[in-house]
Design a protein. Structure first.
Length: 325
């Protein structure tokens, strides 16, 4: 009798759960999730010619994360995508970079020649190392990417200073398997994009562990929060997070007003770009690193600041990469 009651309660729980609306998980619940897919694919009305970033530069990296094309043979991503404490580091031949808005039906794939990991991340590739803003890596491809113009990237901190409260876009191949259905395949495999507001920017963060180049190659952050349509969440408001687990985001102000396509990153978006318009060009200023609430309203999205690592990037690529001439 007791076992039967337990089974009935479990079934009732499953039915109630199925009837509940899904959690927001990275996107506004009052906006169709397909709209974020359309934005990420630059489908009407989100065309590049209408002033939107060219999200074709956002690529999938095997089934581990996302990245962004910044040169014919160069992709930026997060350090933890290619080296973390759970999975370790795989050899270049194990990785594939997929181009297109659906990584299960890619427009093209490219093999990896080499993986270059920031020495600060390599010194401490763990959860404890996340707070220092050195979660960044470069992927070098065997052959040039065809048909896609690489994204401009912030090659000096002076370039992206002074843009607080500006509109930003981010994109990636977030893992929505079991939450959203793209109509085919075993996994949800769509590229998505979303808007937000640049709330924090920092640099010159000195990790505590020694590594080659540590006097010059230090960390930095680009940070935003995920505001809800009703304005109930404003995690980066004045004084919030000035201490505690995410004290490293710093202090400042932040509006609680959500944008029409407000969103935040989730698992799978790691390494994907954040774009800021500088000198009339959508420029890569951040790479998705981690967040505070797994994509729910109030989430803090912490993105490795690309300009903090301009010297390291150019030390790896040399004059081959635009922006390093």
């Amino acid at each position: 009798m007791f076992a039967t009651l337990i089974v009935i309660l479990l079934l009732l729980g499953a039915i109630i759960w199925a009837l509940l609306p899904p959690p927001e998980f990275g996107y506004r619940l009052d906006v169709s999730s397909s709209t974020y897919e359309d934005l990420g694919a630059n489908r009407e009305p989100f065309l590049v010619s209408n002033g939107y970033p060219n999200f074709s530069t956002t690529v999938a990296i095997s089934d581990f994360g996302s990245g962004v094309i910044i040169g014919d043979r160069w992709v930026l991503t997060a350090g933890h995508v290619v080296l973390d404490e759970e999975y370790g580091e795989e050899q270049p031949g194990a990785w594939v970079v997929s181009v297109g808005s659906d990584y299960e039906k890619p427009d093209a794939t490219y093999d990896v020649k080499a993986i270059h990991i920031h020495p600060g991340w390599r010194a401490d590739y763990s959860i404890d190392g996340l707070e220092y803003g050195v979660d960044i890596a470069l992927i070098e491809l065997n052959s040039p990417i065809q048909g896609i113009t690489p994204a401009p990237w912030a090659n000096s901190t002076e370039l992206d200073d002074g843009y607080l409260d500006s509109l930003i876009y981010s994109s990636g191949f977030g893992d929505y398997t079991g939450i959203l259905d793209d109509g085919w395949g075993d996994y949800y495999s769509q590229r998505r994009a979303w808007k937000n507001t640049l709330d924090r920017i920092s640099d010159d963060i000195d990790p505590p562990k020694d590594y080659p180049g540590d006097e010059a190659w230090q960390g930095g952050w680009v940070v935003y929060d995920f505001d809800s349509p009703d304005g109930d969440y404003n995690s980066l408001a004045e004084g919030v997070n000035s201490d505690g687990e995410f004290s490293y985001v710093g202090v400042g102000s932040s509006s609680s007003e959500a944008l029409d396509l407000e969103g935040t990153s989730v698992a799978g978006d790691s390494g994907g770009p954040t774009y800021l318009k500088i000198n009339d060009e959508w420029t890569v200023v951040g790479l998705t690193s981690h967040g505070s609430t797994d994509g729910y309203y109030g989430d803090l999205a912490l993105n490795t600041r690309v300009s903090s690592h301009a010297d390291w990037i150019c030390s790896v690529t040399g004059n081959e990469l635009p922006g390093c001439e």
